[in-house]
Design a protein around this ligand. Structure first.
Ligand code: CO
Length: 151
């Protein structure tokens, strides 16, 4: 059901320092900070050959990651995001299997303008999981059934 790892989100207490760390020490391509007021975060995108890292810092007084930073003052991994082709079908299957979808259980528009939901960390090895609906996985050739069977 899940496809590619879309991104790993890391909350950073100092976004500029975190961006410099990825750029200078790890030699990655990083974006300029992008404020997303409707999501209560400022984010720096780190482009990797096979995925992305999103460095997050709270923005505004009601940021959804303020508590995380208060509990983890040095920062830390916040969530991982997997791509799915059909979010409604994924939600239906997960609910049928007893997994908890956070909030009202309905997709909302995520930081990339695509529908997302979050799954309860206690149902997934202590990891907050974001599912993002990506209908056309650019650059990733669709697997033939034969390849799928071999993998
Ligand atoms: Co995310």
């Amino acid at each position: 059901m899940i496809g590619r790892l879309n991104h790993v989100a890391i909350v950073a207490p100092d976004l500029a320092a975190a961006a410099a760390l990825y750029k200078e020490q790890l030699g990655a391509r990083v974006s300029a900070p992008l404020p997303l007021p409707e999501h209560g975060v400022t984010t720096v995108f780190v482009e990797l050959p096979n995925s992305k890292i999103e460095l997050l810092h709270p923005l505004g007084e009601r940021s959804p990651i303020s508590n995380f930073l208060a509990n983890n003052p040095a920062g830390g991994m916040h969530h991982i995001c997997y791509e799915v082709e059909d979010l409604a079908a994924a939600i239906k299957r997960l609910k049928a299997e007893g997994a908890r979808v956070l909030g009202d259980g309905k997709p909302r528009t995520g930081a990339h303008g695509l529908p997302v939901v979050f799954l309860h960390p206690k149902d997934f090895c202590g990891t907050l999981i974001e599912l993002e609906e990506v209908r056309s996985c650019e650059g990733v050739p669709a697997r033939s059934p034969a390849e799928g069977a071999a993998a």
